[in-house]
Design a protein. Structure first.
Length: 195
């Protein structure tokens, strides 16, 4: 009887001739290229420093979760209203909607910058004369009041502060509590100022 040939391969197909197990590809791990990319991205952010600060200050007037009804149920998104200004006579109100709050606020800020208005002010950073304006259901009256500061409420105060106006009195003549419409009514009133 002939002697049996020596076995070169192990009975386990996952093991090679050396007997060490071969690494299996599971697909769950990160490839080296992706890791290198992410490390490079972190270095880029660290070396680049912080993002440049905007020339405009901003304040959120309202932030709401809104829903629209579709065939499968409700789709939720967020709505943000922002007032932006440089406190030197420029101010704007913007509205943005997005899947999350950060996206909605970014869109609102871009919208506010797009709708900036320049306001003529006196040397004492007040307004020259009385103005009235109406936007949707909101009605607003603004009048100069020397040495009194800002006497205003709701979102109108935010608009006046970010515009850089002081010594002014504001009165809401409507029953509307809608902060976005009140802010837009204040901007409409400021647009009606003459030098």
């Amino acid at each position: 009887m002939a002697p049996a040939a020596p076995k070169t391969e192990s009975a386990n197909p996952a093991r090679g001739a050396s007997g060490a197990s071969r690494p299996r590809h599971t697909g769950g791990g990160r490839s080296q290229g992706g890791g290198e990319r992410s490390r490079r991205g972190q270095r880029g952010r660290r070396d680049g420093g912080e993002r440049a600060r905007s020339e405009f200050d901003q304040k959120v007037v309202s932030l709401r979760r809104v829903a629209r009804v579709v065939a499968g149920g409700r789709r939720f998104s967020f709505s943000a209203a922002i007032v932006a200004g440089d406190r030197k006579g420029r101010v704007g109100v913007g509205l943005g909607k997005g899947a999350d709050t950060a996206l909605a606020m970014d869109k609102a800020m871009r919208d506010a910058k797009k709708h900036m208005v320049r306001i003529p002010m006196t040397d004492s950073k007040s307004i020259a004369h009385d103005v009235n304006a109406k936007y949707a259901a909101s009605s607003v009256a603004l009048r100069p009041s020397p040495a009194r500061g800002i006497v205003a409420g709701s979102s109108i105060r935010t608009v006046l502060e970010l515009a850089g106006i002081t010594d002014i009195t504001a009165k809401i003549h409507s029953r509307s509590k809608n902060k976005l419409n009140n802010a837009r009514a204040a901007v409409e009133a400021l647009k009606g100022l003459k030098n």
